[in-house]
Structure formats: C-alpha cells, structure tokens
Write a new protein. Sequence first.
Length: 319
Amino acid sequence: MKILIIKSSSMGDVVHALPVAFDIAQHFPDAVIDWVAEESFRDIPRLSPFVGDIIQTAFRRWQKHPTAAETWHEAGAVKRRLRDARYDIVIDLQGLARTGLVTHWAHAPKAAGFSFGCVREWPAALFYSSGMRFPLEETMGAVHRYRALAAAALGYKAEGRPRFGLKTFRPNPMPLPGAYAALAVNTSQARKLWPEENWIEVARQLSEHGLSSVLFWGNDEEKQRVERIAKQAPGCIVAPRLPLADIASVLADASIVVGVDTGISHLGAALGRPTIGIFVQTSLEKVPIVGDAEYVNLGGPGQMPTVDDVMQQCGGFLK
C-alpha cells in the first residue's frame, strides 16, 4: 500500500503529525509512506525512519509570484510527481485549501481529511472522498487529532501514548566538551515570549548544575534577543544560524530542552529529550508538548510560569 501524508507546515505542526507515520508502520509494516512538506520544513519528516520520499511544495513562495513561469514549472513538476506515484490513499492532515488542491493533484482512489465543520478551510474538504471526511475537533489536541484521522482513514485504532521514533541524519555541528541544555527562547509570535530576565536566571541556575546553555535564532531580531541573554548569563552559547536538520542534531545531544511554544521545543521532545514547555498564551488543550521521553507543560493563558516553576522541573529531570 502506498500512502501519502500531507502536513506541510508549520514546524511544530509537522512535528505533531509524525506519530502518524509511526502508527501506520506498526499496523502496516510493508506500507510505503511518503510525505508532502513545504520547502522550509522538508527536513522534519526526514527525521522519521518510517517516511520515504518527501514531496516538497513551495506555496509560500509561489503565492508571492503566482504568474511567474518558475512557479508554474515547479508546481507542475510536483503535480506530475504525485500522479506518477499512484498512491492508494492520501491523508490530508493540514486541511487548507492549498493542501486540498495537493490532494486532488495526487489523483488517488481515496482521499481523507477532516469534515466540513472541523477542517481549517472548508474548500479543502471538497477534495476528500465520500465517507472519508471525519468530524474530529481541534479540542482533541493536535497530536491525538492527527493520529485519530489517519487511524479512521486506514481502519485501525490509535491506541497508547504517541510515539515518534525519530533519528537525526546529520552529525552535531557544534559538539561541546560538556553537558548542555538547549533553550528555545524565540517564537514567531511576541505574545508567546517569556521575559528575557527569566531566561537569564534559568541559564545562570543551569550553569550551577554544570550545564552550558545553547540558544538558537532564525532572524536578526531573534539573534539580538539571544545575544542580550548570553551577555548576562554565564555559560551561554549562541548557536550560529542553523538549518533544521542541524538544529535537530544539537537538540538530540542536549541533556534537557527548555522552551516556549515554538517548533524547536516540540522537536526536542519528539527527539526523546527531557523537555519543559513554557506556555504564556497558548492553550495547552490544543498544542501541548508531547515526546518520547519525559516532558512537562507549564502555564497557559493568564498563567505565566515563574523561574522557580521551571527550575523545579529541571531539577527533577537532571537528578
């Protein structure tokens, strides 16, 4: 059986969908599982040993130049590749109009997704097969919702805790002489940020436990933030700007991951590292951190975690 999974963006969402590949592989060991991902996130599904080919889309870039010849050429190549693969079923975990279109491009006998009342953008559901639109609400939580959709589409039960089974495919680009914590202090939404003074104190206390702290960034504003923190806390190391595959390798060697609601935090947990998620505004009901090892989610809307809250959990993980 050839199965195509569509979960193209964003980073944390793609991470949340990866237990689907683990589940399918357990129930259908001989299945071929391919994955559609936006070009920025193509290395995330590559971390799953159960995923075969990655079909790369570039809708974010294509939308900026919709009439350009290059856009039509690239989109046409994706369309031909999907049709030539002859998938038995497509499962759209994204539920956007553009991923519904990709579902249509695959031209598979069966196409599954969320029902009209539950899908992110209702036009997507027009491309799903009759009887393959499933009413699964977002309140289930992202990981459980994606697992439930794939299970319903393929006729098995998604039981037990989610499993990822991820493996990095590049060496650590910045091996350190001692143990370290990975701190994910940045996020694309300012409302999700935790105060810088809190990160400084966390890094200081982690240094007292014998851990350096590695900080990541992806743009100039984020770089300035981590540099301010690193200047005021002992043992802080600002990583160079790294591609996602290299970030995964750094996370995989960390003793502990501490981060706000951002893709790096979710990836650290999925890679099996003890992880503490700091939630400032995000609902824990929909997108909690889930992983293959120990993890804890702190805070929520109107419930700012304190440094003591975080360090208490760090102490438990580092014993």
